[in-house]
Structures are given as structure tokens and as C-alpha cells.
Design a binder for this molecule. Structure first.
Ligand code: FMN
Length: 241
């Protein structure tokens, strides 16, 4: 009888401890399922909230097989984009071509940047939310929940395209450039490489995209919680209509 009582007491204490841990996790915003990776080290210009949801991407492999000549021949702006979702295999390749790491041992990327400042934060918008691309971990970290695609721009194709990439320059990483004009110049030049990579990937994978400078800078700055930085360009991406 005494043994049964002790056993019940232990079980009650263990269950109580688990509940308290769950409550603490919820309070501190850590209640991510155990299958999700916590990516606290992906520091961005975003200061709105901590990543709540992390999507592990498949390895980048699909859609990149076109010879360079063919990809360049086919590169073009396509604004008629279907609503159809993109497979995650293509999303992973798209993001790797956009701003992935091609030399992990040196933490270098598929695009060059002046003085290797690597100033961009790459945001991925879809129906579920806004995600920050973590190239080191090959993950998408949710920063804002919900469908915010129509807020990117007045241009209608953003609301329809299944996904969009928004390229944000993080000026904190550009402090080496003391002069504002020099900083703005390099941010714009560096952004061109990123945009062209998106175009070339879309050409290779037979996807539609358009580089857009006509974006809602103020709305995006608020939405993404951009402090010392600037939304540069956006690319809606999807299958051609
Ligand atoms: C920096 C930049 C900003 C652009 N902004 C827009 C835009 O806001 N909306 C749009 O429909 N096209 C935009 N474009 C796409 C151009 O209109 C397009 O590249 C041009 O017409 C040439 O067509 P092509 O890309 O098929 O060669 C932009 C292109 C660049 C390079």
C-alpha cells in the first residue's frame, strides 16, 4: 500500500513538472514542435519577433540543369504568373541560387558583394507567412504569420504569385562604408547580382519572374521591422500562365 502511494506521488510530481515546463516554453515563445530547428543565430535586420516556425528545406538540386547559354537565351521578364504552389524542391533551389552558400568552409555565397559584406536578408513570402532564409541551415524561419503577398506592391501579380522574394539590405553590415552614397551604391550593385541569379534560375527551371523596384517601401519596412536597412527589390515567382 505504502509502495503504491509513493509511486502515485512520483508520477504526480513528474506530470506536474512536464506541465510547468510547457507553460514556461509558451511564456518565452519557445513552444516550437521538437521536429523544428531553433535558429537563433540567423541575425537579420528584422527586430519584430523571434522565429516561431522553421521549415527545413530539401537539399537544393532541382531545376538547375540548363546550360548557361540556354538559361541566358531564355532569361526574360514574365508577369503572367499562375497561382499554383511551387514544390519545395524548387523553392530550395530558388533560394540557394538567390543567396545560398557555395563555399561553406569560407562562408561565401553564390553572389559576390563589395568587401564581402554579405548585406542582404532574403525574405520569402507565401500564403502561410513571411520567412527569413537561413542559408547556413537551409531553412525558412517564419517572422510574420499570414498572407502578406498583396502588401509587397501595388502591382497585381504579387497577390497572385504563389511566392515572392524580397531582398532587404541590412545597413548594419555595411558600416565599413562611411559615406552614405557609397553604401547605397554598393547595396544597389550587389542587389543586381542577386536579382540576376533569380532570373537565371527561373529561366533554367522554366518559372516566371519579374524584378520589381516598384514596391511598398514603407509598408515593407514596418511589416518586416526593418531598422537600419532598406527593401531593395522584390521578385514574384511561379509557373507561367
Ligand atoms: C531594377 C529593376 C526594376 C524593375 N522594376 C519593375 C517593376 O517595378 N515592375 C515591372 O513590371 N517590371 C520591372 N522591371 C522589369 C523590367 O521592366 C524588365 O526587365 C525590362 O522591361 C526588360 O525586359 P526583360 O527583363 O524581359 O529583358 C524592373 C527591372 C529592373 C532591372
Amino acid at each position: 500500500m505504502k509502495k503504491v502511494f509513493v509511486l502515485v506521488l512520483i508520477l504526480t510530481l513528474v506530470a506536474g513538472g512536464v506541465q510547468a515546463q510547457k507553460r514556461n516554453n509558451r511564456k518565452s515563445g519557445n513552444s516550437v514542435p521538437s521536429s523544428m530547428v531553433d535558429c537563433k543565430d540567423n541575425k537579420s535586420v528584422n527586430n519584430v519577433q523571434k522565429a516561431r516556425d522553421v521549415r527545413q528545406l530539401p537539399p537544393p538540386a532541382s531545376g538547375m540543369d540548363a546550360p548557361l547559354k540556354e538559361a541566358l537565351d531564355q532569361r526574360r521578364t514574365i508577369r503572367n504568373i499562375r497561382e499554383e504552389q511551387l514544390p519545395m524542391e524548387l523553392v530550395s533551389s530558388l533560394l540557394w541560387c538567390t543567396y545560398g552558400i557555395n563555399r561553406p568552409e569560407a562562408n561565401r555565397r553564390v553572389v559576390p558583394s563589395a568587401v564581402n559584406v554579405q548585406e542582404f536578408d532574403i525574405y520569402y513570402f507565401d500564403q502561410q507567412g513571411i520567412y527569413l532564409y537561413n542559408a547556413q541551415k537551409n531553412t525558412l524561419e517564419m517572422v510574420v504569420e499570414g498572407d502578406h503577398r498583396p502588401e509587397i506592391s501595388q502591382q497585381q501579380f504579387f497577390a497572385k504569385a504563389p511566392a515572392s522574394i524580397v531582398i532587404v539590405a541590412n545597413y548594419d553590415r555595411m558600416s565599413v562604408f562611411k559615406d552614405k552614397d557609397v553604401r547605397d551604391f554598393y547595396a544597389a550593385v550587389d542587389c543586381g547580382y542577386v536579382s540576376q541569379n533569380i532570373y537565371l534560375f527561373c529561366s533554367s527551371a522554366k518559372l516566371a519572374t519579374v524584378a520589381c523596384g516598384g514596391i511598398n517601401h514603407e509598408t515593407l519596412t514596418k511589416l518586416l521591422g526593418i531598422g537600419n536597412g532598406r527593401p531593395m527589390l522584390a521578385h514574384p515567382v511561379g509557373f507561367e500562365e
